[in-house]
Write a protein that binds this ligand. Structure first.
Ligand SMILES: Cc1ncc(COP(=O)(O)O)c(C=O)c1O
Length: 373
């Protein structure tokens, strides 16, 4: 059996440090927004090369608080991709703004700058580029439009911590960068968690107030906030894992390169479209995604052989039942719709062995050999 991700293996590789940290936190009696959260905020800001970082309860909250902190409101338009996890767009609707979709680049699966341009109106107040699967969006072009048309950028970095565009870490390009520490992420906690990074002190301050019921001084509420606090246990664990993140991201990229090599050696280039990292980007392979025509059959075949896969994502957001009210139709975003039919995510994690990768590729070769006969 090869799982899509093996978090137990990762825990065992750092068990001593984690267990000691947990013990320390339990003994301290401080569980919410304590010294570990403070230190993690400093460490993540340094990691992302931003001035500020604010811990929140999840990546979804990070996006919503980011929009709120920027003053996005009802009637404003926010452009994003339909080929992402729904958290990206939930945040837009939650604050009462309008979702405007732009199609993806079929090679990188990221929002296509040319289509962003088609969707700009006078009501466009923000764009949320999502660095999907761990690959940064083309930030130069997005930044150029933002300057020209005067809108804000909120980077959805949930899948891409440590990824770089033109030598710079994601999260540091936009007005705000949002991260998720959901357990399966490249930097994942043992529960939910999230972080906002920014170079703007006023935004950081506002999010700090919003995350604790809109108060700066306890029981005196100056903004309409909520409870979106990061807890000490998550922060303590994440601080340990952050020390290994560069090494783990490098290993993921090595595994991806190994998959690519084995696929080429197996002569499967015609059947499979391999993931392509842009030249000016450092892809951190949160997910290793290939594209095939007989996707569902291949998924079933691999399952029968004990290999887990996933489909990220089987239905683009504009066609989701919940978004019928937005009035989009099939055919509106052809690149996203075709990708949703063809993408399949294969197991990838730092502990995955070259033997396991070789086995997965040989099984896929077997699948296509059977098809030919
Ligand atoms: C692209 C993207 N955005 C946002 C989120 C939301 O993060 P969370 O699950 O921490 O709320 C996720 C992950 O779940 C994601 O993959």
């Amino acid at each position: 059996m090869i799982p899509i991700l093996d978090l137990k293996k990762q825990y065992h590789s750092i068990k001593k440090e984690i267990d000691a940290r947990l013990q320390e936190i339990l003994e301290s009696g401080i569980f919410i927004l304590g010294p570990n959260v403070k230190s993690l905020e400093k460490e993540i800001a340094d990691f992302c090369t931003t001035k500020f970082a604010v811990g929140v309860a999840s990546g979804t909250d990070a996006l919503e608080l980011a929009l709120q902190a920027l003053g996005i409101k009802g009637g404003d338009e926010v452009i994003t991709t339909p080929f992402t996890f729904i958290a990206t767009t939930e945040a837009i609707l939650q604050i009462g703004a309008k979702i405007v979709f732009a199609d993806i680049d079929p090679i990188t699966y990221n929002i296509h700058p040319a289509d962003i341009k088609n969707k700009l109106t006078r009501k466009t107040k923000a764009i949320i580029p999502v660095h999907l699967y761990g690959q940064p969006c083309q930030m130069d072009e997005i930044l150029k439009y933002a300057k020209e048309y005067k809108f804000s950028i909120i980077e959805d970095c949930a899948q891409a911590i440590g990824a770089e565009y033109a030598g710079r870490r994601v999260g540091s390009f936009g007005n705000i960068g949002c991260f998720s520490f959901f357990p399966t992420k490249n930097l994942g906690g043992y529960g939910d968690g999230g972080m906002v990074v920014t170079n703007d002190e006023n935004i950081a301050e506002k999010i700090k107030i919003l995350r604790v019921h809109g108060s700066k001084n306890k029981y005196f509420h100056i903004l309409e906030g909520r409870n979106s606090r990061l807890d000490e246990i998550q922060a303590g664990i994440l601080r340990i894992k952050l020390k290994y993140l560069n090494e783990w991201n490098t290993k993921r990229a090595e595994k991806a390169a190994l998959y690519n090599d084995y696929f080429v050696k197996a002569g499967l280039q015609n059947e499979i479209t391999l993931p392509r990292a842009n030249e000016n980007t450092k892809h951190v392979y949160h997910i290793y995604v290939i594209r095939v025509k007989q996707r569902d059959e291949l998924v079933e075949f691999l399952k029968s052989k004990g290999v887990s896969t996933a489909v990220n994502y089987p239905l683009p957001l504009h066609l989701q039942e919940v978004y019928k009210k937005l009035g989009y139709r099939s055919g509106d975003f052809p690149n996203s719709e075709l990708a949703a039919k063809q993408v399949v995510s294969l197991p990838i994690y730092p502990e995955l062995t070259s033997g396991e990768i070789e086995l997965i590729v040989s099984l896929i070769k077997e699948f296509y050999a059977k098809k030919e006969n």
